[in-house]
Design a binder for this molecule. Structure first.
Ligand code: HEM
Ligand SMILES: [Zn+2]
Length: 181
């Protein structure tokens, strides 16, 4: 996972819980990087997973909720750092559709070592967009958080259902986004 994701994660912990908690977390898990992260560098995925499970033990908040909360926090950082031009996109639906073939595709071009999830789209019922998420990382709850913040950014009210999940043995996660107006 990109260093920028790690630096944003540490920022969130420090902002919401304070530096001592971040330092305790670092002490409680053995990390190859020593907990020092640089944007643009790739770090072992297991580091973020260990940090999140240590945080979960400490706070008694379950891992999916923590990952989703982090997604909500992460969105604006990713949005601002996009290498693809996205400022002309003025609504949530077009934005979500652009993630796979525009935004993440450009991220991959600029950072060939990045590993990006795969999204497929389906129309669904009126006022719905279905996103099928697939990744070895199974960070579907990160997607939920990112989508929640993207919706706020575009002033769009939504609900998300997640009826099929890789964590329950499905080969893709099904996210049904319902647009409310
Ligand atoms: C609602 C919007 C978005 C969703 C749902 C989304 C989804 C995700 C998810 C779930 C991951 C974690 C990796 C994985 O699952 O395998 C990820 C990684 C990433 N995304 Fe997005 N993303 C969104 C917007 C963006 C934007 C706007 C950017 C702009 C730069 C971006 C750039 C990245 C980068 C750099 C990574 C890390 C890749 C790596 O560590 O190798 N994403 N995205
Ligand atoms: Zn899932």
């Amino acid at each position: 996972m990109q260093g920028s994701i790690y630096t944003t994660f540490s920022e969130m912990i420090i902002e919401k819980m304070g530096m001592p908690v971040w330092n305790e977390l670092l002490e409680s898990v053995a990390l190859e990087s020593g907990g020092v992260y640089t944007s643009g560098v790739q770090y072992n995925d297991s580091e973020i997973m260990s940090l999140v499970s240590a945080l979960s033990e400490k706070t008694k908040i379950d891992v999916p909720t923590l990952v989703k909360t982090f997604g909500e926090y992460l969105f604006i950082h990713l949005y601002k750092s996009s290498p693809a031009s996205i400022s002309h996109i003025d609504n949530l639906r077009d934005f979500l559709i652009a993630i796979d073939q525009v935004i993440h595709k450009e991220v991959k071009r600029v950072h060939p070592k990045a590993y990006l999830p795969n999204f497929e789209y389906d129309e669904g019922a009126d006022n719905e967009l279905i996103m099928f998420y697939q990744s070895k990382r199974k960070l579907c709850h990160l997607s939920e958080g990112l989508i929640i913040s993207a919706a706020k950014h575009f002033h769009q009210k939504i609900t998300i259902q997640h009826p099929e999940c890789m964590h329950n043995g499905a080969d893709k996660c099904k996210l049904i986004i319902s647009f409310e107006d």
